[in-house]
Design a protein around this ligand. Structure first.
Ligand SMILES: C[S@@+](CC[C@H](N)C(=O)[O-])C[C@H]1O[C@@H](n2cnc3c(N)ncnc32)[C@H](O)[C@@H]1O
Length: 356
């Protein structure tokens, strides 16, 4: 079992290879201190490389991913097939939920009413770029929050890359260290260099451009799991206290108690990474209870394995399989059942989610 991979720590070999296992670097088990913060910031590099690998293999269509990986376009990256499938499945699941929030359940209605997205620990995520470059997104306010160093790096990458500048034109830096860009379609992008553990104790003015009067979706794609459970709760509460029409999507590992889960924790631990919320919300039902307790009236949850099985249409599964098949389906089943997407909502802005 010691060779069991996990979606965050496993690295494949250079482009085209099947790859060796990542070996741990060792480190602290605490969730505070500059060393720990740097380690956690490094997880964004993993996410960016995994995204580009899934693009390279043809699973995802994302012209922006290449610019956020060191070495730039053409950088050699290739994750193992189960990792590519995991990245594809969770990205697609979030896209489905986000698109139905913005465009309605039929995916056709142009967003006549305004919508807001707040991505916690967004890192070098490219979703805002993809969304803003689609002609149909209008009146969307998209906030990303991450450590200042990550936000500044993202600004520098955007400024240095004409394709990114087209999606986020004329970025300007505000006095609180956030930067923003506005599109001709009335979309607004904000990137806030804020430690989420501090945001929980700040007032509303900490987030330039935050609207509290429009339907808003909070996203934590593998971010809140790095905070202490009480800190993660405080972050969610900061938003639930201010915004009535609110939804949330959380993607993180689950089920630490079986032997696969134990290896997953040990893999992360060897890299100096702890995930306190994994200890607090140990299974999908506890994730569901977490969101109910936070004040979301409707809550759903699915593992990545369930999403692959039930949300990805058969012809799309065939396309993905034809690009890169799996040698070991059991290995995929095990891995994908240890990652969960939980989502919850309250208010009129999330009617499309009632049908999911
Ligand atoms: C695994 S990466 C995920 C990045 C992105 N959400 C994605 O899925 O591609 C985790 C991100 O959370 C950010 N993060 C973790 N703790 C944070 C905190 N206390 N404040 C701000 N950002 C944080 C990290 O810097 C990192 O960019």
């Amino acid at each position: 079992m010691s060779s069991i991979p996990n979606l965050l720590s496993l690295r494949g070999s250079a482009r085209g290879g099947r790859g060796g296992r990542h070996r741990g670097r060792g480190g602290t088990s605490s969730t505070s201190g500059p060393g720990h913060d740097a380690t956690i910031q490094g997880t964004d590099t993993d996410a960016a490389v995994s995204r580009l690998s899934a693009v390279d293999v043809g699973f995802l269509n994302d012209p922006f991913a290449q610019f956020f990986v060191q070495g730039g376009p053409g950088a050699p990256v290739r994750r193992l097939p189960i990792i590519n499938r995991g990245t594809y499945t969770r990205t697609t699941a979030l896209d489905i939920l986000i698109d139905s929030f913005i465009f309605g359940s039929d995916g056709l209605s142009s967003a006549s009413s305004e919508r807001q997205i707040i991505s916690l620990g967004a890192g070098t995520d490219t979703r805002s770029l993809r969304l803003f470059s689609e002609a149909k997104a209008k009146g969307v306010t998209y906030h990303e929050i991450d450590f200042p160093v990550i936000c500044t790096r993202k600004l520098n990458t955007v400024k240095a890359t004409p394709l990114l500048m087209r999606a986020l034109p004329s970025p300007s830096v505000g006095d609180k260290g956030s930067w923003q860009a506005k599109t001709d379609d009335g979309n607004q992008y904000w990137c806030h260099g804020i430690d989420l553990r501090e945001l929980a104790h700040a007032d509303l003015s900490a987030m330039d451009g935050l609207r509290t009067d429009i339907p808003t979706l909070l996203i934590s794609e593998c971010c809140l799991c790095y905070l202490e459970t009480s800190e993660a709760k405080d972050v969610i509460k900061w938003f639930t206290d201010k915004i009535v029409d609110l939804g949330i999507i959380i993607y993180e590992p689950t089920d630490p108690d079986d032997s696969f889960g134990q290896v997953m924790i040990s893999n992360l631990g060897s890299r100096g990474i702890v995930m306190p919320t994994l200890a607090s919300y140990r299974n999908p039902s506890q994730q569901e209870a977490r969101l109910k307790e936070a004040g979301f009236e409707s809550v759903r949850k699915l593992t990545v394995k369930d999403i692959w099985t039930t949300w990805i249409p058969e012809e799309e599964k065939e396309r993905v399989n034809s690009l890169e098949g799996l040698d070991e389906v059991e290995e995929w089943d095990l891995l994908a059942s240890h990652y969960i997407i939980a989502w919850g909502w309250r208010g009129q802005g999330f009617k499309a989610w009632d049908r999911r």
